[in-house]
Design a protein around this ligand. Structure first.
Ligand SMILES: Nc1ncnc2c1ncn2[C@@H]1O[C@H](COP(=O)(O)OP(=O)(O)OP(=O)(O)O)[C@@H](O)[C@H]1O
Length: 234
């Protein structure tokens, strides 16, 4: 299977080496796959995502995305949803859409408006007047409206009510280019596992499992959520 991301022996620590967040991670992410990056608090998910997006640099190892080392080329092909809200709170949604359209050549304005309509969000609304969940939806819509090769979503549905989660996930699946890859980091495994092709389990900075979701369910005879609870039992 052709890959969009390859990394070998990736290491990253904080506090001058006192906290080893990633301890030699080697992975290959296939093109056209929806991949769950799963692990308990502090396992290294956000650190890995920040390395992919060039917000941190590894101390050791190699990381290539679309064949390029992390840099300008890779930023162009990655659409990233960070954990925290970064959109200007005083802007109206249609202004945010204009901003994204100006900033990203691959931004699909029609798709953004269609997704807003589907989720019943008024483009005239200002970010600061919206609930946390609606803000998250808007941010996700902006990220998914780009025609990227790799979408990296850090906790995309954490603040969204359960009724809206399935709707959002189906919106993600139906609105993206099937040749692109989506990497989703989340704790809400039961909610997302229906759309996952592959899963990666991170534990204490190491990959403890990387498998196709369906194979794992068949081998273990239970859901990915149940496998996760077993592997990471406290
Ligand atoms: N800026 C930082 N300074 C020092 N240590 C950090 C920093 N960021 C993360 N860490 C540590 O690195 C390790 C991995 O953290 P990371 O945020 O990558 O985990 P995570 O899997 O994303 O966790 P969560 O699910 O809670 O978001 C943890 O031990 C964490 O305390």
């Amino acid at each position: 299977m052709a890959s969009i991301l390859e990394c070998r022996n990736l290491e990253k620590s904080y506090d001058g080496g006192r906290t080893n967040a990633l301890k030699g991670v080697s992975l290959s992410l296939g093109k056209g796959r929806i991949i769950g990056l799963l692990g308990p608090n502090g396992s290294g998910k956000t650190t890995f995502i920040k390395l992919i997006n060039g917000l941190l640099t590894p101390e050791k190892g190699e990381l290539y995305i679309g064949g390029y080392p992390v840099g300008e080329e890779t930023k162009r092909i990655i659409s990233y949803l960070p954990e925290v809200t970064y959109l200007n709170k005083s802007m109206r949604i249609h202004q945010i859409i204009d901003y994204f359209r100006d900033f990203y050549d691959d931004f699909d304005t029609t798709r953004a408006y269609e997704m807003l309509k589907r989720l019943n969000i008024n483009p005239q609304d200002r970010m600061k007047t919206m609930s946390k969940g609606t803000k998250e939806k808007v941010q996700l819509i902006m990220v998914m409206s780009r025609n990227a090769s790799l979408y990296v979503l850090d906790e995309p549905i954490g603040g969204v009510d359960p009724a809206a989660r399935d709707y959002i996930l189906s919106t993600i699946v139906s609105n993206y280019n099937p040749e692109a890859t989506i990497l989703i980091s989340t704790h809400l495994i039961a909610d997302v596992e229906q759309i996952l092709d592959d899963v990666i389990f991170l534990k204490n900075g190491n990959v403890v499992m990387a498998a196709q979701a369906e194979d794992l369910r068949k081998t273990k005879g239970c859901s990915i959520d149940a496998v996760f609870r077993e592997v990471f039992r406290c």
